[in-house]
Design a binder for this molecule. Structure first.
Ligand code: GDP
Length: 365
């Protein structure tokens, strides 16, 4: 097939994978002005749709952001902070200021202390290697925090363009669609504009006569559990409303199963509470450590679900990591799945699907 570029964003058009950048249905190739599906939707429906790209490919286009003066708005999923940090971000943005946006706040308990959470995110970003100017907490589904964020963007962009970056699934499109509706109203139609001389797949949404909001493809982060489980299971583990923490008083030598996707063994320490933050629909089972292996062998896919009987095959084997936790309140994080908050001097073994790395952090809440 001869190479055809999208008239909107300049990306090379492809007709095979609707999730990937540049997709357009084969039937629309005959048109005079070919647009990729993402530009088509923006042009005709004022709507952004996410497409994805690997970290490596994203890095190849980095210089555009690094070499311009712009504000970078980095959207993360507050429920999956580890999974939504971008390792290469400092290289991608150069010296440009970063505004960190924690999305999906509606999932956290209403009692969450916003000031503390912002500080926590600021230091997590620092640990991940990037300095952020400011942190904003929003729910793009509910519209919470959007006015404050719009003001912050105006302040920090300092009359420059704004690049919106994020890994897939953080809610970047939901967020941009809300911004579009807020700024242009339902009726006006946006025209996508083309970056001259590039084939980037960035799309521009004008915010004033000279500047634009620029949507970039969602970066695929292999750490996200979404890559290892079926769509059906993903739906179940993804919370869609405020998480009700579930509290277990455990003695050592007890185990918690999170469906059949992860497991936490309390190896050593005195009796204490394990506060579990997972989707309310994900069943949690408590058992004795000595029975835990046989429970998994005999009941994976039924009592311990998800996975279910059909999706069992695609689940990678569980691997273990041991943590000795001391002192301050700590979260044991199963990326994309949730976390368990503990306190005190204890040793635990966490089991998670191979490829999904469990880590510990200073408690988020
Ligand atoms: P993108 O891949 O980053 O563009 O993400 P999408 O906008 O497609 O959203 C991914 C998923 O997160 C969808 O199921 C959205 O409904 C959900 N989502 C987006 N924003 C929010 C939010 O503020 N709160 C909650 N609970 N879910 C959200």
């Amino acid at each position: 097939m001869e190479q055809i570029d999208c008239q909107g964003c300049g990306v090379t058009v492809q007709t095979t994978d609707p999730e990937k950048i540049g997709y357009t249905p084969a039937s629309s190739l005959n048109r005079e002005n070919v647009l990729c599906k993402r530009c088509f939707r923006l042009k005709h429906y004022n709507e952004i749709q996410d497409v994805s790209m690997t970290d490596d490919d994203f890095l190849k286009m980095v210089s555009t952001i690094r070499d311009t003066n712009a504000l970078v708005v980095h959207v993360i999923d507050i429920f999956d902070v580890n999974g939504s940090m971008i390792k290469s971000l400092p290289r991608i943005v150069g010296n440009n200021p970063i505004l960190l946006v924690g999305n999906k706040m509606d999932l956290l308990p209403k009692s969450t202390n916003h000031r503390k959470l912002k500080q926590w995110l600021q230091s997590s970003a620092k640990e991940a290697g990037y300095k952020v100017k400011d942190v904003s907490l929003i729910s793009s589904i509910k519209g919470h925090g959007m006015d404050e964020l719009t003001e912050l963007i105006e302040i920090y962009r300092d009359n420059q363009d704004v690049y919106i970056v994020g890994t897939t699934n953080v809610g970047k499109s939901t967020f941009i669609n809300r911004l579009i509706k807020q700024s242009v109203g339902e009726s006006d139609v946006i025209t996508t504009s083309y970056f001259p001389g590039t084939t980037l797949g960035f799309i521009e949404i004008p915010i004033d006569d000279q500047h634009s909001l620029i949507d970039t493809p969602g970066i695929v982060n292999k750490q996200q559990i979404a890559h290892y489980i079926s769509d059906q299971d993903l739906k179940l583990i993804t919370p869609n409303k405020e998480i009700k923490p579930r509290i277990y008083q455990l003695n050592d030598k007890q185990t918690l199963y999170f469906g059949g996707l992860a497991r936490l063994d309390f190896i050593k320490g005195s009796k204490q509470s394990f506060v579990c933050y997972f989707s309310n629909q994900l069943p949690i089972h408590r058992t004795k450590l000595e029975n835990a292996d046989s429970l998994y062998e005999n009941h994976l896919g039924e009592m311990l679900a998800p996975p279910n009987e059909e999706t069992i095959e695609s689940l990678p084997k569980l691997t273990t990591s041991t943590f000795r936790i001391q002192g301050e309140k700590t979260d044991i994080v199963f990326p994309g799945l949730g976390w368990v908050s503990v306190e005190g001097d204890i040793t635990v073994i966490a089991h998670s699907p191979k490829g999904v790395h469990v880590s510990i952090r200073k408690s988020l809440l």
